[in-house]
Design a protein around this ligand. Structure first.
Ligand code: FAD
Ligand code: FES
Length: 501
């Protein structure tokens, strides 16, 4: 089965064109995931003229691969965040995430978007052979920051009557692409222009204007918001404070009512996550995710899907046939909050990146924050998400995550994965050493060889093959390239260098 998410049948802004020629506006938004579209929405409500430009289809990035839990807590546990950022900052962070869920609820109501939005309970439960005191510690931390929570034993999953758990009321979920199709439509009605298939190559600033240069066109704007999931404008400062992780989702049919409609996640590391999505007639879908690993550090997706299926069948009764499987990437940050605000080193450009596994709420909260900053207003969340911040207590996480880059550069002196290009079978990719060069080699089903440099065009890390997604992953900061070397995930902008066959 190839990688296709449950959401991808919905097209967002289907009439978007390619950016061609010169355009002007108040704010250029680069990237059309939830962060970009939400930013465009907030800005146009304030009378700003906005152009949104994307490298590919509108909303074809990580937002189309999400699992869409709207759980406004800390994905890495509130206990962890309090240790690193303290009570006050954690409280403000959780308030901002809750405000994002409220904003989604408000917008879908106001714009009459039929997107299956609903409030429901969220259960954090004790994982297999995990201690129950994690649950107690988390309850204490959550109560101290004033978030409503109930302690219980047993969750409505198979064989989980004795699992210790926390129940969070008023969490939420929705169909992310139906929601964003509605938001994009509301934006278009307010004059926002969407451009697709227009990779942005450069964002530059002078005193008065920001210039956004795409392949065939240019936008001059008073401000730019870079919402490319991982920033293409900041070269390094923020990227060393994030780490890309790949995560996997598998969906099954399930008879309506067989599983209570709620969000579920456990305390294992990596954790499992489960939610329901309404289907047709009497059948719903259940999404089960997890099996995360650092990007590029494993290429065994099928084994991971098998483990997810075994886990799902052991925890959920009456699970029907599998319908979809896909993977995607989240960008963890070293202190658990994203980086949103004025671009370090920029004047009129802003960034929104670092989802920490909760990129939907980050995208919406970030849109509210960046809109205030663009309009020249203070915002109470500025410090929480300040892109240039240094969190001293996160030094251990900083070092752990940056070991990847150090180890990665050492790979340039290692042998290739194949000794000869003749060893490469159709449909396979591998790293090949030719003299001092490391090459990313892929042979397609017709036998044609696709050969590119294996050096990422962001800051030069060594790429790894991803056989499930048929692309090259960069373990350092999350770029991905297709087999012809074109970037398909930021921060890389340029294609992989061509090499002689
Ligand atoms: C499997 C999975 C499960 C998840 N589950 C949850 C969850 O339950 N809850 C939650 O809150 N979050 C979850 N997340 C995270 C969340 O989905 C993402 O963080 C979020 O959708 C990212 O939104 P974004 O707008 O920042 O990025 P994207 O949706 O990736 O959008 C960025 C856009 O920028 C464009 N772009 C990149 N470079 C350029 C360029 N040079 N020029 C022009 N355009 C460019 C891309 O094409 C893309 O469309 C999950 C993620 C995954 C993968
Ligand atoms: S993403 Fe930074 S070096 Fe590849």
């Amino acid at each position: 089965m190839t990688s296709t998410s449950l959401w991808m049948t919905v097209e967002v802004a289907p009439d978007a064109d390619v950016l061609d020629g010169a355009q002007e506006c108040d704010v250029a938004v680069i990237g059309s995931g939830i962060a970009g579209i939400s930013t465009a929405y907030e800005l146009c409500q304030h009378g700003q003229s906005v152009i949104v430009v994307d490298r590919g289809r509108i909303c074809g990035g990580m937002t189309s691969r999400t699992s869409a839990h709207l759980a406004p807590l800390c994905d890495d546990l509130v206990t962890e965040m309090v240790t690193i950022r303290g009570h006050e900052a954690t409280k403000l962070f959780c308030e901002s995430q809750a405000a994002a869920v409220d904003r989604i609820e408000q917008i879908q109501k106001r714009e009459k978007i039929d997107c299956d939005f609903r409030r429901l309970d969220g259960y954090l439960f004790q994982g297999r052979e995990m201690p129950s005191d994690t649950i107690d510690q988390e309850m204490d931390a959550v109560r101290q920051i004033g978030v409503p929570v109930h302690r219980l034993v047993g969750v409505p999953l198979k064989g989980a009557d004795d699992r210790h758990a926390l129940r969070y009321p008023r969490q939420a979920t929705f169909h992310p692409l139906k929601y964003l199709a509605g938001v994009a439509k509301a934006c278009i009605e307010k004059g926002v222009i969407f451009y697709r298939d227009s990779p942005v190559e450069e964002v530059t600033e002078d005193d008065a204007l920001v210039t956004v240069k795409a392949a065939r066109g240019i936008i001059r704007a008073k401000h730019a918001v870079v919402a490319t999931n991982s920033s293409i404008s900041d070269r390094f400062a923020i990227h060393t404070k994030t780490a890309p992780y790949r995560t996997y989702v598998i969906t099954f049919e399930i008879k309506r009512g067989a599983l209570p409609d709620a969000l579920y996640w456990d305390t294992e590391d990596p954790y499992h996550y489960v939610r329901l999505q309404p289907g047709a007639a009497n059948t719903d879908y259940v999404l089960v995710g997890g099996e995360d690993h650092k990007s590029g550090e494993a290429d065994d997706a099928n084994a991971r899907f098998s483990r997810l299926e075994v886990w799902a069948r052991s925890m959920i009764s009456d699970l029907g046939k599998e319908t979809h499987r896909w993977s995607g990437q989240v960008l963890d940050t070293i202190d658990y909050a994203g980086f949103v605000g004025r671009d370090p080193g920029g004047k009129n450009s802003y960034v929104a990146m670092g989802d920490s596994g909760q990129g939907l709420t980050h995208g919406v909260a970030g849109a509210m924050l960046n809109t205030s900053l663009v309009l020249g207003k203070d915002h109470p969340w500025t410090e929480i998400y300040e892109p240039g911040r240094v969190t001293l207590k996160a030094a251990k996480n900083f070092l752990t995550e940056n070991v990847t880059a150090l180890k990665n550069f050492a790979e340039y002196v290692a042998p290739g994965e194949i000794k000869s290009l003749d060893q490469l079978k159709p449909g396979k990719g591998a790293i090949f050493r030719r003299g001092l060069e490391k090459l990313a080699a892929f042979r397609d089903e017709t036998g044609t060889l696709h050969l590119r440099s294996a050096s990422c065009t962001h800051v030069g890390c060594h790429l790894h093959w991803n056989s499930f997604e048929t692309c090259w992953d960069c373990p350092c900061h999350g770029s991905m390239f297709d087999v012809d070397g074109q970037p398909i995930n930021a921060p890389a902008v340029g294609p992989l260098a061509r090499v002689k066959d």
